[in-house]
Design a protein around this ligand. Structure first.
Ligand code: ZN
Ligand code: ZN
Length: 416
């Protein structure tokens, strides 16, 4: 089966803070790759874009009159979201470049190249990739506290983009989906169509659903998928959640054309990707989605308990074979082995168990998510530090997921 539909979602632009003598050249490289190039005159302008969208790349010329190292640092302090965006800095004199190199963040690359070298550098940033964006990484309930702002307080929502398909591909509609919807509303005229795959209908995975603005746009079309629940299929469960008793908007009030699909476990072919799932170890029927996109296999398991006692050995074995050799696994790590002891059977995992089982299964990249609402940034940073021991080997990448974090899997030899 192959489901196809039109879409209006277009790629993010490239923003340039550059002098006019470099503009023409950069604009050519960027538009050749199919991206829009927006020229700005100040950091302030970059900031105003960052408030609304996540650009593909920001190119900053150190020779520009508005550039100073202090100003650049101040910019990153004032706009923490900019740490999730790729910056390419066109270096000026050697001394200045050295000073910048000492201070910059890891999302900033400095290049001394010009001409063809610069063209290749820009191209490497625009290389077609499968792009995974974490719009919400918190488990259970949003936690809008000062001590949670680095990792983020919004609940589960993940977006996967790929040049092989031009629809929106969203997993779960926790409160994080609101920011994705706002970006589409602000920057894409609220025009978007695509799929929303819900793992299960626990509050933290559907609470953002009616706040997703593209659902109110008549030209848009969405297919909402979820495993069958005890109380019915996708439509029945969502309409039960959105009765006037609980919420002022009902499903009938959405303007977009919406189809509700009760998803089976079997592998289904869609436009640009395939998808199947296994049922998680969680209190209600919950999907662990496996997405085949490009040459990659991505597994999304935000709610899944891997503890030994409540999950029979055969479940662990089944899970290991399901995620075996996955290119990217995004997995529940709400607890640690200590806190897990008093929460067995609640449907969530200790990060140590996830690391161990993923390693046994040969998972290549592991991102831990569904952070406990009481886990502070300080605590999560400590775990992140401990994960560094596994970074590079046995995992290519391992990290605690942060809200608005972007992971790119390059599509080698494939052009848009
Ligand atoms: Zn959850
Ligand atoms: Zn759940």
């Amino acid at each position: 089966m192959c489901q196809e539909m039109g879409s209006h979602y277009t790629a993010s632009p490239v923003i340039g803070l550059v002098d006019p003598d470099k503009e023409g050249e950069l604009r050519t490289y960027v538009t050749e790759f199919g991206f829009e190039f927006l020229l700005v005159q100040s950091f302030q302008k970059i900031a105003s874009y960052l408030e609304r969208i996540q650009p593909k790349l920001v190119i900053v010329d150190c020779q520009h009159t508005d550039f100073s190292i202090d100003g650049f640092q101040y910019f990153f302090e004032k706009y923490p979201d900019s740490r999730n965006v790729s910056f390419l800095l066109l270096a000026g004199p050697e001394e200045q470049a050295l000073e910048i190199e000492e201070k910059v963040y890891r999302n900033v690359e400095i290049t001394h190249l010009s001409g063809q070298g610069l063209e290749e550098k820009v191209r490497s940033h625009l290389q077609p990739s499968v792009v995974i964006t974490f719009w919400g990484v918190r488990g259970s309930i949003p936690s809008a506290n000062r001590e949670n702002m680095v990792y983020g307080g919004n609940t589960t929502c993940l977006q996967i983009e790929s040049p092989l398909q031009n629809q929106l591909l969203i997993f779960d509609s926790g409160t994080g989906i609101r920011n994705l919807g706002n970006e589409i509303a602000n920057y894409h005229n609220n025009r978007a169509s695509g799929h929303i795959f819900l793992t299960h209908p626990h509050w933290d995975h559907i609470q953002g659903f009616p706040f997703f603005k593209p659902l109110y746009q008549p030209e848009n079309r969405f297919i909402i998928h979820m495993p069958e629940q005890y109380k019915g299929g996708t439509r029945e469960v969502l309409s039960g959640h959105m009765t006037k008793t609980f919420f002022p908007v009902t499903l009938e009030m959405f303007a977009a054309d919406i189809e509700y699909v009760t998803q089976e476990e079997e592998r289904v072919e869609y436009e640009g990707f395939d998808l199947e799932y296994m049922v998680a170890n969680h209190p209600t029927k919950t999907a662990i989605y496996k997405i085949y996109i490009g040459d990659y296999v991505i597994v999304f398991a935000p709610d899944n308990e891997l503890g030994e006692e409540p999950s029979p050995l055969r479940f662990i074995q089944k899970f290991e074979s399901f995620v075996s050799e996955a290119d990217l696994l995004i997995h529940d790590a709400q607890y640690n082995r200590d806190t897990y002891k008093s929460r067995k059977g609640w449907g969530h995992s200790a990060w140590e168990d996830v690391v161990e089982i993923s390693r046994n299964a040969g998972v290549k990249r592991l991102y831990l998510t569904h952070h406990d609402p009481d886990s502070t940034d300080e605590y999560l940073e400590k775990i992140d530090d401990r994960l560094q021991a596994y970074n590079g080997s046995p995992f290519q990448e391992i990290e605690m997921a942060k809200e608005k974090m972007v992971v790119k899997l390059p599509l080698v030899d494939q052009k848009v």
